[in-house]
Ligand binder design. Sequence first.
Ligand code: SF4
Length: 226
Amino acid sequence: MRSSSTTKRSPAESKAIRDLEAVRKFVAPLAPPVASFEASIRSTPFRILVSVLLSARTQDPVTEKAAGRLFAEADTPGKMARLTEAEIARLIYPVGFFRTKARHILGICRILSAGNGVPSTLEGLLELPGIGRKSANLVLALAFARPAIAVDTHVFRISRRLGWAKGKTPVEVERELEALFPRKSWADVNQVLVGFGQTICRPLRPKCHACALRKTCPSAIVTRNA
Ligand code: SF4
């Protein structure tokens, strides 16, 4: 694990850092949905936690509206815990798995309203219903500015396309990315790559012809014709 920005970097590490910065600048003017979503939830750790839970398997604009309806009705764990599961499900519909998420949100609110608020550790977050490793890392980065890499479908796919990682599981890719990037960049990896994946390096038919990394990406030719 890299601990200092002054540590000598390997060529692969330097290239990855340059690539990430190039993608950040390239994607920003494209205004990917994730930028609006993350701006909308940057308030309290509780709102970030619930919004991240809602966002699983759901498009960002849908999540944003569902979170808006839910928080207009109840904006604290205590108030939300007084809603019924059916009421929460109605408010968050049509996010994916809305009934399961309603149950998890109610469970989380009961735990939080009886305790010390949103946990700020990976272990604490993983104990909450419906919060897996990817979501926990995203909450750590967004709510607490902690160095954490949330490996979702975009991060997993693009890291492998760019040759940053070879891992077969999100946890393996997370470990490779942690070794590749300085800690101060960890939280940026998800935000930059999700926007990139929504606009250019899409799951199907990535726009290699228009990509800022097309000259150096090891997957450019293969995926251009996919
Ligand atoms: S060149 Fe194609 S595969 Fe490589 S990062 Fe760009 S869009 Fe993705």
